[in-house]
Structure formats: C-alpha cells, structure tokens
Design a protein around this ligand. Structure first.
Ligand code: DAH
Length: 348
C-alpha cells in the first residue's frame, strides 16, 4: 500500500497529460477506460482496500477517494467542454433558413370538395341550411319513411350494403345509407315544417366499380317545405343554382320520373353548357344533360314526419355531387377521384 501512495501523483500526472491530448468524445471514452473504469488502477486499489491493515485503512481510503475525485473532475470538465463544442458545431452546420422558399407542394381541396363548397355557398345564400346525417342508417330512415316499404320494387334500384338485420323491425336493421334522402326525414322529424335544407354527403351502393360507377360517392339532397310551395319554386331554385355554379345562364327541363318519396316525380335535365343546346359529345347530341331526380314531397313522407300535408307542401331533389364535379372538370373516370394520385389531384 505504501506503493500505492507513492503512485498517486504519478497516476494524476499521467491523467493530466493524457487529458491534454483529448480532442473528441471518442478520446474521452478511452480516458475513462484507462483511469476510471473497473479495469483502472483506482478501481483495483479500491478493491484491495479490504486487505489493508486496520490502522492504515482510513488514510488509504481517503487517498483513493481523493484520487478518484480528481480523475472524475478532469473527466467531467472535459466531457462538458466537448459536448458544448459538439453542440456548437451542430448548430453551425445543421441549420435551415426557414424563410427560404422551398419547393413545397401546396395542398388543395379535392375537386369534389371544391364543388361541394360552391354548392353549399350558393344554397346558403338562398337561405338553405346545410344538414348532415349518419352514414350508418336505419332501414326505416333510408327506406320505409321515404315511402319505400320492404315489399317495394324500388328497393331493388339501390344495391344496398346491409350491416345488421334483426328480423322485420326496420328500426333495428342497419344499412350504409344508399342516398342522402334520409336526412330529409331526420330533419323534418326533429324540426317539423317549414324546412329548407340541403344535405351533401357520402352514400354507398353495392355496385360493380367501373369508369362511371363507384361503391362510394357523393350526393346532395335538397328539401324545401312550406306553405304554398310548387314546382315553380323548384325550377327557379335549381336554375339559379346552376347558373351561378357554371357562371352562365342555365335552363332546366322536367321529364316525368318515378321516385316513391315524391309525387309527381321528375327527372331534371339542364341545357348543355358546352354547346348551349346545339348538341355535342358531352350531351350525346341531345342538347341536354341528365342532372337529378326531384319532385313534390309525397304526402306519406310528410305524414311519416308528423307534418300535415293539408297545410304544408314541398319539393325535394337529389343530385350526384361526384357526377357534377366530373362534369365541371371533365373527368372521365370516377375511379380517379378516390385514387389519391397527387399528380391527378393537383390539377384542380
Ligand atoms: N335519392 C334519389 C337517388 O339516390 C335521388 C332523388 C330523387 C332525391 C328524387 C330526391 C328526389 O329528393 O325527389 O336516386
């Protein structure tokens, strides 16, 4: 142990000399291995303290402790310096100018969302509320309340995704809604008449997907119920909407059509905006473009929603928002809209 005491200054000196040569954290690690790790002289001495005669133990213990503290101090102060230097170096080299113009692709609204926003704005300005309903709907709201009972052949017109069937009770059977017409029912049941709303939203059909059919697409439902409402109001509303959307005076025509929830029921076409009715490829030379289903709300539907058909009347309509967007932007394949292809979507 005498031996140890005489070696202390030597070890310290060696440590100081090697500390002066340390340039980076890897050098520092080697320093630690040599002077402070379990293999180091200090650790050896600590381990051997138990063999030191009792009267020398105190002095020796203090000397070992002092040496360890001195070495530790060298190590820690070097570590702090090196880490600070490393950080400074990082800050100097790894920086970016956040004010610089990077070639970032700006996000944009999906074409269907763009048309939806325009349609919403136009109808809002005419006093229509924007309404919404659940995608998972009861059989009753999606069909029965709209005058389409289970036995009705019109059910076959909409290939339906059934989610859960619990026997005959249409309030306990669930579907992915096949049309946004269900929102008419929800709104009239809740707020009665008068009602003036549009309901844009996603609908689901169990369809084979091709260029013009997708299993998920968007519709806009419209409903106006009040006193003395007639088809003339429907005509004025839709012509105003389309003229503003296409930024061009647009006229519509009615053809008889059948939908169980309206009577009379109509198919509505608008005059082709590309050829102004002269005939072109888009309108298949007819001069007209098929646009939507509509009609006067069937009295059964009003009654299902506790509205007196002797007092109130109304019109309803439903058009394909996805189709409208395809028309507006001349998109030929519906599948592109859900493709998430940035190159396609960034054109709009
Ligand atoms: N819900 C119909 C469909 O999906 C569209 C429709 C037709 C809505 C006539 C209406 C309407 O409100 O009166 O095919």
């Amino acid at each position: 142990m005498e031996d140890f005491l005489s070696r202390v200054p030597q070890i310290l000196k060696r440590a100081q000399a090697s500390a002066e040569k340390i340039k980076n954290l890897a050098d520092l690690e080697r320093f630690f291995d040599e002077f402070l790790s379990k293999k180091s002289a200090v650790s050896e001495f600590s381990k051997n303290l138990k063999n030191v005669p009792a009267d020398q133990k105190k002095e020796m213990g203090a000397a070992v402790g002092k040496l360890r503290d001195a070495l530790l101090q060298i190590f820690e102060s070097l570590r702090d310096q090196l880490e600070a230097a490393e950080l400074t170096k990082k800050l100097e080299t790894e920086w970016i100018d956040v004010t610089k113009n990077f070639p970032i692709r700006n996000g944009a609204l999906h074409p269907v969302s763009q048309v939806q926003e325009q349609v919403e704005e136009i109808f809002s300005s005419m006093g229509f509320e924007i309404a919404d309903g659940p995608h998972i709907e009861t059989e009753w709201h999606n069909f029965d309340a709209l005058n389409i009972p289970a036995s009705h052949p019109a059910r076959d017109m909409q290939d339906t995704f059934w989610l859960q069937r619990d026997g005959e009770n249409p309030n306990k059977n669930f579907v992915l809604r096949t049309q946004t017409s269900d929102v008419q029912i929800r709104k009239m049941l809740k707020h009665g008449a008068p009602a003036r709303l549009i309901a844009p939203g996603r609908v689901f059909r169990n369809e084979d997907v091709d260029a013009s059919h997708d299993a998920v697409f968007y519709q806009v439902e419209g409903l106006l119920v009040d006193k003395n409402i007639s088809l003339a109001h429907l005509k004025g509303t839709i012509e105003t909407m389309l003229s503003r959307l296409f930024e061009k005076e647009t006229v519509i025509r009615f053809r008889p059509g059948y939908f169980p929830f309206v009577e009379p029921g109509l198919e509505v076409d608008f005059r082709c905006t590309l050829c102004s009715g002269k005939g072109c490829k888009t309108c298949k030379n007819t001069g007209w473009i098929e646009f939507m289903g509509a009609g006067m709300v069937h009295r059964n539907v009003l009654q299902n929603c506790n509205i007196d058909p002797e007092v109130f009347s109304g019109f309803a309509f439903g058009f394909g928002l996805t189709r409208l967007a395809m028309m507006k932007y001349s998109i030929g394949d519906i599948r592109l809209l859900s493709s998430q292809k940035i190159d396609f979507l960034s054109q709009f």
